[in-house]
Structures are given as C-alpha cells and as structure tokens.
Design a protein around this ligand. Structure first.
Ligand SMILES: [Zn+2]
Length: 215
C-alpha cells in the first residue's frame, strides 16, 4: 500500500488537513477499506503478536480485531503518524540512496523497550496440593492504556510449525511497549483452567499470573 501518496494526494493540503476535511476523508477511507476488504497481511504497520492481538507499529496501539485495526487506520492519530513517517522517509531518502533504508526505518519504528523484570515462583495449591507456577512481572514503563495479557501457546504454534515436540509449551505475556516474554513450561499435564488467575495492579505496576497443573 502506498501511504505516502495517499497522504500527499489530499487536495490542497500541504500538511495536516482541517477537521472537516479529515473526517470526510476518514469516512471515505473506511468505506473503501470495508468494501475492498483490505488485506492486513500487506499492511507494513500491522503486526499480529503471539496473543493473536494486532499491534500498530506506527502508533504502538493494540487491537483485538481486524475491523478495530481498520477503524484505527482511519483515525487521526494513525493518519498523523503516517504523515510524520512520510516526512522522515523523505528526509532519510534525501541523505542516502541505500535501498535498505526503508527496512531500517520500519525496524526503528517499533520502539520496544526490552523485556520486563520478572520472578517465577513454584507454588502448590493448599487444597489439592497440585503444583503450579506464579509469575510476578514489574511493568513500571507499561503504556497507560495497556493491560497486560497472557496466553498459553503450543510449541508447534510458537515455532510456527518448525518444532512438533509436545513435551513442552509456552506461556506468553504481553505488556506494551515491553517485548513479549515467553516462558517454556512443561506440557506433560494439562492446566486447571478455573485455577488460572491473573491480576494487574495499576498502582504498583505489578502483574501476577498463577496456574496449576492437573497432575
Ligand atoms: Zn496506527
């Protein structure tokens, strides 16, 4: 998709359009997108993380569904970021003719801040004496509008089909703008779903997650 041209092609505007114009533009774009059933795979800014959640690499936002992401791409924030991005590209291209520059810019745009601090503690259920694990993550730099989320991912899914070993699986925790953190855990017995519990403390920025094995 050619964002640069679309942004630049707005009639009579050298920069950010007026509100009325933007709203109309947004409505039209949404209509076009819905009609053409935009292929998210070809969008360089959308990324599906291990939790199946869509992330906009341009705005560092998360979206639970494709339609939610599409709506986001028509919003003012995304449009402004597209324009900024086009400006940066224009500048960069003026400085260098390196054809890899576009790839480099895209990489830099995802401002991951590394992995969060965490503790993993072996626990035992008092009633059933089943074994389990408790994870505590310190997420001081989490984005204010993000709630941490977790997902159990099979080894096959995690390795994108390259590894079929079913003796282990992964627990993936996401909390933007931190990198997703994946814990390799045994798969020998299943996890008791109604004993799996997580808690996000907005004040202390601590995220706790615990689960127990059924055997
Ligand atoms: Zn965006």
């Amino acid at each position: 998709m050619d964002y640069q041209n679309r942004v630049g092609s707005k009639k009579g505007s050298g920069g950010i359009a007026g509100t009325a114009e933007t709203n109309q533009y947004r409505r039209e774009r949404l209509k076009t997108l819905l009609q053409s059933k935009i292929n998210i795979d070809s969008d360089p800014y959308v990324f599906k993380n291990h939790l199946g959640v869509l992330e906009c690499k341009l705005c560092l936002t998360t979206h639970m569904s494709e339609s939610n992401y599409i709506t986001h791409t028509t919003g003012r924030r995304h449009q402004v970021n597209l324009m900024r991005r086009a400006e940066i590209e224009k500048r960069q291209n003026g400085l260098t003719s390196d054809s890899n520059i576009d790839k480099n810019i895209k990489k830099r745009y995802w401002k991951s801040i590394g992995k969060p601090q965490y503790k993993a503690i072996k626990i035992r259920d008092e009633e059933t004496s089943k074994k389990g694990l408790l994870f505590v993550l310190k997420l001081d730099k989490i984005k204010s509008d993000v709630t941490p989320a977790y997902k159990f991912v099979s080894n096959k899914e995690f390795s994108r089909g390259k590894d079929n070993d079913t003796s282990f699986q992964y627990l993936v925790i996401s909390a933007e703008p931190y990198e997703n953190i994946a814990f390799k855990i045994p798969n020998t017995s299943s996890i008791i779903s109604n004993k799996t519990w997580d808690y996000w403390d907005v004040d202390t920025k601590e995220y706790c997650l615990q689960f127990f094995y059924s055997s």
